[in-house]
Design a protein around this ligand. Sequence first.
Ligand code: GCU
Length: 432
Amino acid sequence: MSRNILPVLITTTLFHSAGFVEAQQKTANYDEAKIAPYTLPDLLKTSDGKAVKAADEWTKLRRPEVLALFEQHVFGRTPAPATWGKVEFKVTQVKKDALGGKATRKFIHISLPEHPAWQGMDVMLYTPNGLGKPAPCFVGPSFGGNHAVSLEKDVPLSTRWMRPNKEKSIIDNRATEASRGNEASRWPLEMIIDQGFAVATYYYGDIEPDHADGWKEGLRAVLSKDGASTEWKDGQWGAIGAWAWGLSRIADYLETDADVNAKQLAVIGHSRLGKTSLWAGAQDTRFGVVISNNSGEGGAALMRRNIGETTAIITKAFPHWFTRTYTSYAGNESACPIDKHMLIALAAPRPVYIASAVEDTWADPKGEFLSGLHAEPAFALFGKKGYGVTAQPAIDSPVGDAIAYHIRTGKHDVTDYDWTQYLKFAKRHLVK
Ligand code: GCU
């Protein structure tokens, strides 16, 4: 395929997926009574039928099995470290009086010296000034780039490909000056810093552009042996796996930064990036707290509940997010050996926070709640308590201990209300 016709094809694919999702949102089932009866796969039974009764049986036998099932059937396998080799960190800027003097802001370029064809990722890290000790840190990807997360005008504008979005001033797939701060309401930096936390973020498109052909321009092509001619096979990683890989490379960097306590990391993501944070947290135990904000289908929502977005819809609109095998469960969810309670359980005993929004029916708030509820037996093996309730709580009434949940007023978004709960949760479970 010649380079100059590629953009035309990409645009066509995107318009198709955006229009397709919108149409599906109007016609999807939103009626609980129409969900066909289903049985969830048994969380605490090994593949050869052995009941898992103790924490070490979970850790040694069942957890590795469940992780392998998610690799094989949902997200694909993350390549082994030898595939990418050395990881290089370059601190490109330090500003000691960021956010009016409250914070130090650093930019860190992360690259793979053995794979220079990948352009690398640019991490933005804010750490609180005057804390007197290394800070606990939230780590999460952004939709719009560092300049969209921060309101500080001296943050470099991302030059990477972005999904079309006139409202957010993305023109010809690129950020413009007007797109500065367009994600700031989802990242209340001062509030996080005031509570003594650091925050590290990167633009998910640094890893690969978010469209069906995006892998050709990103890390997955660079790391695959047959490069751009790869036909993705069952079990090979999709874009969510690659974006989650980026979060783990931030953790690698944070282990080298004296301003951060790398033993106190919380991974966080919203929507498709909430699916990403759940998968990053499942694989990388350095994330001591895992947060899913409105992650929905493919994230926290149980896939067997056919309400709102379904496996058929998500794998048609966003086939590149998952490993190829996942598409085979469209309309055939009962054949899939996992459901999403098992994704939550992969964090055990590390605490997980699942958040829904009442107007976000597309993401199936009740299905998000239920995955946490049905993950409780894995946490119980470690003596950890879950929700403490069995029915979805009232709006704006958080519940839970090592698994926590709320459904907030309003729409699909990340708000200060959500962050207030996450900060409390991280304080309770990470900082102690
Ligand atoms: C679409 C998609 C969801 C996804 C969301 C987002 O609505 O269907 O699965 O979570 O985009 O990432 O904003």
